[in-house]
Each structure stands twice: as C-alpha cells, then as structure tokens.
Design a binder for this molecule. Structure first.
Ligand code: NAD
Length: 215
C-alpha cells in the first residue's frame, strides 16, 4: 500500500509511518510545517495533526480523490460537518481514538449507563504535557454516551500516552472502568486496521467502532 501522512513530523505521524513501513507499505506523500513532499499518488491519506490543518487535509483528499483516515482531535462541529460532506466523494474513517481497548470501555460504559441510570458519573483522563486539546477527544466520545452532562477531570502530566476512566457511584458502592494506552503504537495499529478496512469500502463516513466490529 502507498500511503501519505499529514502531520508526518509529529509523535503520531512518526509512529504511523514506522508501523506502516514495518508492514511493507511505502510512504509517497507527506505534509507538515516544512511543506509537502510527494513522490507518487497515495492509496490512502492519514491525518494526525491539528484542527488548523484541517482545510489543507480536505484540499489534499479531494485533489487526490483517495480515502482518508483522520485521528486529529479537537475538531469543531463545522469541521465534522465538512468531513461528512466529503465522505460522499471518498471513504473516510474518523475517530478520536484508534485503540481496541477504548471501544471495549465505550461498550462497558453504555452497559453501565443502561443499568445504573440514577448513579453519579465522573469521567477522568490523563495525557502528556504536550497535548493541546482538553478534555481529550476520547473523553468527548465517552460524554456522548450520556443524555446528561457528565463532569470530566483532565490532567496533563509528563509523558502519559492516554488514560481514561469512568466511575459510577451510588451511596453504597462505586464501579470504575478504565483504560490505559501503554504506547502510541496501539493507535498506529488501529490506523493500519482502518486502512485495511477501507480497501473494501465505498464512499461514506465510518467510525473505528465499525472497523472493529464489522466482519
Ligand atoms: P504532535 O504535536 O506531535 O504532531 C502534530 C504535527 O502536526 C506536528 O508535526 C506539527 O508540526 C504538525 N502541524 C501543526 N500545525 C501545522 C500546520 N499549520 N501545518 C502543517 N503541519 C502542522 O501531536 P501528536 O501527539 O502526534 O498528535 C496529533 C493529533 O492526533 C492530535 O490532535 C492528537 O490529539 C491526536 N491523537 C489522536 C489519537 C487517536 O487515536 N485518534 C491518538 C493520539 C493522538
């Protein structure tokens, strides 16, 4: 597979490039603050950058007419709407979290919410000191499960790749589900899975949940 990365010089850009190359894919396009580098047309574009790069990502995707995987967090409602619009022209996978374990945490949270509607709920997330958005995209995905507002505590500490937990409390007991990403490689593996998934997909906007749970 020939691939392109937007945000190539970043932590995730490098992790994804290394993993795709390890699996035999070739990088033919990249974009970052130092400009673009193209040796061939990619089969797929991958964006892990910042929301301010989003317009460029749309431009590249539509010009090359290739599937897009976007993991950039902190996108605005308007940007998410535009992503839906371009998904009528190319297949897109968008997720604020590409780890399998977080999909399990989301499922467990849905189950607990269905069964414990009157319990207090608190979300907590911890990330490395360089993370720009707060709360994390994953915390927003967790919040979106609930019909009510759920408080989120966001900590920025050291080099943590990503910790999330959801606690449900009654007067007598507390149940907590939690997830820890041990390295960024786990997200890169999810991006690779998404690239394989997109090989068989027509235009449309897909989630990582669909990548994981569709046969
Ligand atoms: P990073 O800061 O290390 O990398 C971002 C890259 O984007 C940098 O190389 C930077 O130079 C580039 N960039 C920023 N502004 C630019 C501009 N105006 N033009 C061109 N390039 C520009 O960040 P990271 O840790 O690699 O994370 C990247 C994004 O991915 C963040 O939004 C982060 O929250 C998100 N993320 C998502 C997941 C997921 O599973 N969806 C996992 C980890 C990180």
């Amino acid at each position: 597979m020939k691939f392109g990365i937007i945000g190539i010089n970043g932590r995730m850009g490098q992790e994804i490039k290394n993993l795709f190359q390890e699996y035999g894919s070739n990088i033919v396009f990249s974009f970052d603050k130092d400009g673009e580098n193209k040796t061939d047309k990619p089969d797929i574009l991958i964006d892990f950058s910042l929301p301010e790069v989003f317009e460029k990502t749309l431009e590249f995707t539509l010009k090359m007419k290739v599937p897009l995987i976007i993991g950039t967090t902190g996108l605005s409602d308007d940007q998410l709407r535009k992503l839906r619009e371009i998904s009528s022209e190319v297949p897109v996978v968008q997720s604020y979290n590409f780890s399998i374990g977080i999909q399990m945490l989301l499922k467990a949270t849905e189950m607990l919410n269905d069964n414990l509607p009157d319990w207090d709920v608190e979300i907590s997330e911890t990330h490395h000191r360089f993370k720009k958005d707060k709360p994390s995209g994953t915390a927003i995905m967790i919040q979106n499960i609930f019909d009510k507002n759920v408080n989120t505590s966001a900590l920025r500490l050291g080099n943590v790749a990503g910790d999330h937990s959801v606690s449900f409390g009654s007067l007598g007991e507390i149940v907590t589900v939690s997830h820890r990403a041990l390295s960024r490689r786990t997200f890169a593996e999810g991006v690779y899975k998404s690239a394989q998934f997109l090989k068989h997909k027509t235009n449309g906007l897909y989630t990582f949940k669909e990548v994981i749970f569709s046969k």
